[in-house]
Design a protein around this ligand. Structure first.
Ligand code: B12
Ligand code: SF4
Ligand code: SF4
Length: 390
């Protein structure tokens, strides 16, 4: 993206007088905006004026119609706004799509066969990207208002905006068969944000799909979450199961979770385009914290509320709370084959959270170490169902 910017700048300065005259906003504003965005830490920057393309909204409606969003009711609740930028904010004229790199220093798949390690997805090993990206977006928004005026809105992740199709339209990359945006320069490792503005900025060409005949991401998914290329059933995705899904994880998907304790990067990690991604381009805020790069599952099983709050302060993991993380850790322990984890799991049979007790029952049974006598006193229907199934 930045290479394009620089060549455009040279052309822009050559033609500048007539170009300024023809356009309501001089192209130099768009170029200077890109330079400012790069200064603020964005490595992929593009503009689209395609603010009412109906295709993403149609696909979203199909996806919701299939129930693929599971219990993420917030995806359906504001679906009409998600359809397009114009549907959310009729005054919008341009969307600035921005990507920050979180390319990991080591291949996340190196821990796939390390059962005692609880794998945390790459984006969650450092600072919370919502805070980091939003701070940079707000700084860029202030710059845009000061330099070009116009009302604007900034979004990262949680707003009713479909960020991936917008990033594709703005030339940051393409939606790969794993459904996430893939960049030629940064592979699967971009976190996205965008700014809607009333200004008529100069658009970039959309990126072409460059997946070709590759299907590495489709083949690696441990839980079969891709019913077809470019389509995801979130209900089967480990990221959904370990982060978004409250309550017991469906039994038939627990073994596939393997050692993923929070999120999953398997489909992203195997993408061949990652070979061009350099961790040197990653924002330093996303550098893995030593204790989160390869934590031992035994430590996760031992977390109480106070320890959870201390360890995960400033991390996106704090959003799911201690009970869901320990639920996930119990599933990982059950998949580990490690008899040494049995005492920690047995302690969780008395945990105040039913979702933790239920997961501990399943894990102990899977390790062949469940003592039926320990079910005495259990009254929660879901935990009793786990005992019955075990
Ligand atoms: C809901 C959500 C999830 C859900 C659903 C995932 C999904 N793919 O939608 C769950 C919880 C599973 C999830 C998981 C993850 N997420 Co998420 N998630 C979102 C969120 C909030 C909305 C995405 C959305 O609109 N989904 C709805 C569906 C309909 O849209 P879609 O993904 O674009 O899928 C459609 C296309 O594939 C299209 N389609 C169909 N056929 C075809 C054919 C072609 C040729 C094309 C191009 C498209 C196409 O139709 C699909 C529907 O069928 C966005 C933030 C945002 N506001 O955009 C982050 C976001 C997509 N997530 C992100 C990340 C990082 C992740 C994880 C990697 C986190 C992790 N490590 O655990 C995983 C990746 C899992 C995966 N393979 O997608 C990033 C992705 C960055 C990027 N480079 O793309 C985003 C953009 C957040 C951000 N601001 O950076 N996520
Ligand atoms: S994040 Fe993991 S579980 Fe989800 S689709 Fe990708 S490989 Fe499958
Ligand atoms: S792994 Fe292959 S198919 Fe999947 S997104 Fe990357 S290039 Fe496309």
């Amino acid at each position: 993206m930045l290479r394009c910017c620089r060549s455009a700048e040279r052309i822009g300065s050559f033609h500048r007088p007539s170009y300024r005259y023809l356009h309501p906003v001089p192209d130099t504003l768009t170029q200077r905006l890109k330079a400012e965005a790069a200064r603020l830490g964005f490595v992929a920057i593009g503009v689209t004026r395609d603010i009412d393309d109906p295709l993403p909204g149609t696909r979203l409606a199909e996806w919701l119609g299939e129930g693929a969003h599971g219990s993420m009711e917030w995806m359906a609740a504001k679906a009409a706004w998600r359809h397009s930028p114009a549907a959310l904010w009729p005054a919008v004229r341009s969307v600035v799509a921005l990507g920050m790199s979180y390319a990991p220093p080591e291949d996340p798949m190196r821990l796939a066969h390390s059962p005692e390690t609880a794998r945390i997805s790459v984006y969650a090993q450092g600072q919370d990207y919502h805070d980091v990206v939003k701070k940079a977006l707000k700084a860029l928004a202030r710059w845009i208002v000061a330099e070009g005026g116009g009302a604007l809105k900034v979004f990262v992740d949680t707003a009713p905006v479909m960020e991936k199709p917008l990033a594709m339209a703005a030339g940051l990359g393409w939606q790969g068969k794993h459904t996430n945006l893939v960049s030629r320069a940064h592979g699967s490792w971009l976190l996205l944000g965008c700014i809607f503005t009333e200004l008529p900025l100069d658009p970039d060409p959309a990126s072409p799909d460059s997946c070709g005949s590759c299907q590495a991401c489709q083949d690696i998914c441990p839980t079969g979450a891709f019913p077809a290329p470019y389509r995801i059933d979130a209900r089967r995705c480990i990221s959904y199961l370990t982060i978004e899904h409250h309550g017991p994880i469906p039994r038939e998907l627990r073994a596939g979770i393997g050692n993923h304790v929070y999120g999953c990067d398997d489909c992203l990690s195997v993408c061949p385009w990652n070979k061009f991604a350099a961790s040197a381009h990653a924002n330093l805020a996303f550098a893995p914290r030593a204790e989160l790069a390869a934590p031992h599952v035994a430590d996760m099983l031992a977390l109480d509320d106070a320890a959870f709050r201390t360890v995960f302060a400033g991390s996106p993991i704090k959003r799911i709370g201690r009970d869901l993380l320990v639920r996930n850790a119990a599933i990982v322990a059950g998949n580990s084959g490690e008899a040494a984890l049995v005492p920690r799991l047995e302690a969780l049979l008395a945990d105040p959270a039913p979702v933790v007790r239920g997961a501990a029952v399943w894990a102990l049974a899977r390790l062949g170490a469940l003592d039926a006598a320990r079910s005495a006193g259990e009254t929660d229907p879901e935990v009793l169902a786990e005992w019955a199934a075990a």
